[in-house]
Design a protein around this ligand. Sequence first.
Ligand code: FAD
Length: 567
Amino acid sequence: YKHAESKAKEYENKESPSILKRGGPKNLPIATHLIDERDFDINKPRLVILGSGWGAISVIKGLEKDKYHITVISPQNYFLFTPLLPSATVGTLETRSLLEPVRSLIKGISAHFLEAKATDICFNDKLIELSPVDESSEPFYVPYDKLVIAVGSLSNTFGIEGMEYCHFLKTINDARKIRKKIMDNFEKASLPTTPPKERKSLLSFVVCGGGPTGVEFAAELYDFLTEDVVRYFPSILRNEVQVSIIQGQDHILNTYDAKISDFAEKKFRRDNINVVTNARVQKIEPNHIIYKMKKSEDVKELDYGLVLWSTGIDMNPLTKTISEKLEDQKNTRALITDNRLRLKGVSDSSVYAIGDCSTIENPKLVQQLMQFFIDADKDKNGRLSYNEFQALAKKIGRRYPITKSYLKKADTLFARYDQDKSGTLELEELRTMFEDIDKKLTSLPATAQVAYQQGKYLGKKLNQIATAQKTKIFPPPSDYSVNTDNPESDVDDLLPPFSYAHFGSLAYIGNAAVADFGTGWTWMGGLPAVYLWRSVYFSEQVSFRTRALLALDWSKRCLFGRDISKF
Ligand code: FAD
């Protein structure tokens, strides 16, 4: 006790953080004081986790106490349960029911939390450059021995003009803004002074992208219209409100089994949701959206009162900076890692990337894919017609599901790579096409399921590495200089690589839900499927508190309907 007391006194007398030592490439303050100096084990390595989403939280949950000095850094001081975010856009669930404070999640492992955004990483000095959320505070560095990058992604806008008029659905603030905008539109449309043309626009809701997020948002909107709008807005008729989905591919939910896409499309048509497939958005104007039908090349316009943009993912500024900095990074959508989730281009095993911001390198995939086509070229003329390609792609995709996304993309790009427009591709053209696709696609889908499994694997591995290294010396915490003889890499090489197990994909489609279990087994249905969908997400909650809040929200909605007050 006496020892602890004197340590605590020593700690109190330390220099205040405001006179931190400066250093690093930009001569910024270096936050060495983050190491818990009341902890006597100064030899523990410093582990920094960037992000507080699915990947980061899963690492945190798997870490054992006292193995590392842990710091979690994120501009959001909460974890967001994204799969239920569409329900928050119309008030089925309250926004706070989807959030869990990071500080309550890290309490058990005595970690620090910093509300800041990582803007750069100096891999040579092992320093992370941080910009506090409060912009009046000075940027600073945090040193690390081990770093986990789990910073997620941004929405992919494909460079289309007019994104400033769109809503996105990634963060809790996005959901809040959408909820407010929906209510604004209904209230304004109800005013007797609103001209009919404007009223029609206000009541037109357009979703660009027919993936799970877009589909679930449309479904929630449909529920809101049929359950609450008809009840509370007597001046608005149901058929005055139009919900449209504009999808680039030939089906919505096109990553799911074809039976599911078909079921969802039929259900949406019955519900009067306007599904436009094979259409590419060209431009978004302040009041209307311009899109082109892929087959007929017809250009069409659609007025809107709210447009949601939800078409895939892109790198965020930090991952772009890292990718440009490291030579081995050539994917334009995510950071490349090896199959042990170590960042490519960093020579030791000190940096890992997981979740939406990463993709696992699969150097042999294009080679293997090409081999199928070369073997199938029986007449050895080195060319492949589109029909031959389609027939082969179907067979290969069925046998090797990992190639499916490459083949689907190749199918849409076939004509673009057919230089002489002969309707055939030379095998070399086919190879170039697959190599280009490889630079843009991520090896695993960008889902919470992938991020969570990667985080779980990494948490366990970091514990094992720390145990194995316990007797070896890491740089003392007061010194941010680098330990160049990286003793950990050997341990990491001995541990098994990451492998992903797919447990299926769920989607809510408006008083009905669908489940694709990946092996050709699917489940589609009404209320029983909705209860399955709810119970899966209920059980996956990170705390009992959010579980209770969800149960309350669902019961509240059932008894009193959604809260339609605007604030
Ligand atoms: P995220 O969970 O996005 O977390 C990223 C974290 O990094 C955030 O805390 C962010 O604040 C932080 N961050 C960002 N930049 C920085 C920085 N510079 N420095 C420090 N921290 C930073 N997946 C499913 O499996 N099933 C579903 O049903 C499903 N539904 C979805 C519905 C919606 C509306 C959305 C948007 C996504 C859905 N997903 C679903 C996908 C899933 O949410 C993502 O794949 C998952 O969140 C990825 O986890 P992550 O940890 O990589 O990133």
